[in-house]
Ligand binder design. Structure first.
Ligand SMILES: [Zn+2]
Length: 171
C-alpha cells in the first residue's frame, strides 16, 4: 500500500472550502514519514508549483523521501474529457513535474477520484499508472487494505491518523 498525499501545491479548495496549502503542516506530516522510513507519495497539482517556491526547495532538498505523482494540471474533472485533451493536459503536468524535480512521474491520481475509458488510454500513452483502489485513513486504522491510502496533510484529523498509522508497527 502506498501513502498518497493529495492536492500537493493546491492553494485553495476546489470546492471553495478555503485554504489548503500549509507549508508548516506539510513539513510536520513529512516528519512522520521520515521517522517511519516510509515513502511520502505526492499527488501534485502542477499548475500551482510556482506559487509555492518554499515547498519546491524543500522537496528538492529531501527528494529521496518522496515519490512524485500527478494530480492534474489544475485539478480538472478529466472524467468528463476526451482522450486527446486529457493526454495534452497530463503530458503538460508530467513534463513540468519531471523537469522541476528532475524526476520521472509514474503515477496519476485522478482529481475527484473519477475515471473514464479515455483516461486509461491517455495514461497508457504517457506510461502512467492509474491508481484504482484506495482507502482513507480511518479505514486503514481498522485494517482495511487497498492499493493506496489517500489522505490530505493539511487536514488536521487525517494528519493525526497518519501519525498513528505510521507509528504503529504493521503485523
Ligand atoms: Zn484532489
Amino acid at each position: 500500500m502506498i501513502y498518497r498525499d493529495d492536492d500537493i501545491f493546491l492553494t485553495e479548495s476546489p470546492r471553495g472550502f478555503g485554504e489548503y496549502y500549509d507549508f508548516v503542516k506539510f513539513k510536520e506530516c513529512h516528519e512522520y514519514f521520515k521517522k517511519a522510513k516510509v515513502k511520502h507519495v505526492l499527488a501534485i497539482v502542477a499548475s500551482e508549483i510556482w506559487n509555492h517556491p518554499e515547498l519546491v526547495e524543500y522537496l528538492k532538498e529531501n527528494k529521496e523521501d518522496f515519490e512524485f505523482g500527478i494530480h492534474g494540471w489544475a485539478h480538472e474533472r478529466y472524467s468528463e474529457w476526451k482522450e486527446e485533451a486529457i493526454y495534452k493536459s497530463l503530458n503538460r503536468a508530467k513534463n513540468t513535474i519531471d523537469e522541476v524535480f528532475e524526476t520521472r512521474c509514474h503515477w496519476f491520481f485522478p482529481p475527484w477520484n473519477k475515471r473514464n475509458d479515455a483516461m486509461y488510454k491517455a495514461c497508457e500513452r504517457l506510461e502512467l499508472k492509474l491508481n484504482d483502489s484506495f482507502v482513507v485513513p480511518h479505514e486503514a486504522l481498522i485494517g482495511k487494505e487497498a492499493d493506496a491510502l489517500c489522505f490530505h496533510y493539511w487536514e488536521d484529523t487525517e494528519r493525526e491518523q497518519i501519525k498513528t498509522l505510521l507509528s504503529t508497527p504493521r503485523t
